[in-house]
Each structure stands twice: as structure tokens, then as C-alpha cells.
Ligand binder design. Structure first.
Ligand SMILES: C[S@@+](CC[C@H](N)C(=O)[O-])C[C@H]1O[C@@H](n2cnc3c(N)ncnc32)[C@H](O)[C@@H]1O
Length: 196
């Protein structure tokens, strides 16, 4: 039941460091696309004043639960089914949304729904955080991300490295203002916005 993703193991500390800067000091964090549940199990005990709410498609819930059981963190909740391809979610309020390596996996409509959901459920001052690879109009895509994009599209043509400008435009149109776009190891980015 307990799945293991090597990438989650590699990036968990660098992401945690940014989350300390990006997330609100209190409240509920909705994680979308929690995957194996490794990040939730690692972050929740290290951000003990926040309530960590993992979510993913139901097929991933057994692994998320298995990691959570081991973490035994009182602030780590049971996973919810948040499907980005549906416009409504089983949660109506959160103080932050964290979405790691999922924007390039779901179809573009899922990204549209992600930012619409952020606009809907975050309060003023709420944080929307994404981590992953992005393409910028101002510079060529790094060769490693070009290869990654080709690999993603061969696997699923609706997926792929997203344009930062298009994602930022979605954020803006849902009442979110860019706080920071931070370079991360491996040509990844940590980008977060605040609800205005
Ligand atoms: C590359 S994995 C990233 C998982 C985890 N965040 C990590 O960094 O290890 C992408 C995740 O997106 C989830 N996903 C795919 N389609 C989805 C959808 N329609 N709604 C929500 N999550 C989805 C997958 O189940 C998977 O867990």
C-alpha cells in the first residue's frame, strides 16, 4: 500500500525550507496531488501549528494513509478526494493550497480549475503555492525540462511543462497576486501568490 517516489524524497527538504517562508503561520493547508503521501508525512510534523489536509484521486489514498500512520502527526488529516478535473471540491475553505509537481500532469482544464478553486476557497491573505518545472517567454526552456516536457507529452498528450505567463494570468484572474517566483534545484521553481 505504501508507495515510494524517489523525487519526493530528494526534494522534500528544499521544498520545506520554502514552505516556512511561504505558508501562513496558522490554519489549514490543502495539498492537491499528494501522490504517495510522503510530502504530507514529512511536512506535517515539521509544520506543527498548521493542519495539513492531503488530497488526491482515491487510488492514492491507501498510500497517503500508510505514510500518515507512520508519521503519527496529530495535525495530519485523512486524505480527501480533490479531482482537479471536476469544478467542485469536497472542501470549502483552506488558508493555503500546496500543489507539487501536479500542474504539468493534469490537463490544462485541471490547472484552470486549480486556480479557480484557489480563488474560491482561500481567504484574503491565503496562499497558493506551486512547485515544478515552468517555461518562461523570456528565456529558452532548460534542456533537462525540454526533455521532461517531451517525456510528459509522449506519456500523455494533455500534460506538459506549463507556460509561467499563462499560469500567472490564471492566478491574476482569480484574485491572486504574485509573492515570489524562486529558483529551485534541478531547474524547478517554487511560485506562490496571495489572495487579495
Ligand atoms: C507527479 S505526481 C506528484 C505527486 C506529489 N505531489 C509529489 O510531488 O511526489 C502527480 C500527482 O497528480 C495527481 N493527479 C493526476 N490527475 C489528477 C487530478 N485530475 N486531480 C488531482 N490530482 C491528480 C496524481 O494522482 C499524482 O499524485
Amino acid at each position: 500500500m505504501k508507495q515510494f517516489a524517489p523525487s519526493s524524497e530528494h526534494n522534500k527538504d528544499e521544498i520545506l525550507e520554502v514552505l516556512h517562508d511561504a505558508l501562513p503561520k496558522t490554519g489549514t493547508v490543502l495539498e492537491i496531488g499528494s501522490g504517495t503521501g510522503q510530502h504530507a508525512a514529512y511536512f506535517a510534523p515539521r509544520l506543527p501549528v498548521l493542519h495539513w489536509q492531503p488530497s488526491d484521486l482515491s487510488a492514492n489514498h491507501a498510500s497517503i494513509r500508510a505514510w500518515a500512520e507512520e508519521a503519527n502527526a496529530p495535525n495530519l488529516k485523512s486524505p480527501l478526494e480533490v479531482n482537479l478535473l471536476t469544478p467542485t471540491w469536497p472542501i470549502t475553505q483552506a488558508d493555503a493550497i500546496v500543489c507539487i509537481n501536479t500542474v504539468h500532469i493534469v490537463a490544462w482544464q485541471g490547472v484552470v480549475n486549480l486556480f479557480a478553486g484557489a480563488g474560491r476557497i482561500l481567504p484574503a491573505g491565503g496562499v497558493m503555492y506551486v512547485y515544478g518545472a515552468y517555461r518562461y517567454a523570456t528565456r529558452p526552456l532548460e534542456p533537462s525540462n525540454e526533455k521532461f516536457d517531451q517525456w510528459l507529452k509522449a506519456r500523455d498528450p494533455v500534460s506538459g511543462v506549463r507556460d509561467y505567463e499563462a499560469v500567472n494570468a490564471l492566478a491574476t484572474s482569480n484574485g491572486l497576486t504574485l509573492v515570489e517566483d524562486r529558483a529551485m534545484p534541478g531547474n524547478n521553481r517554487s511560485i506562490w501568490w496571495k489572495k487579495t
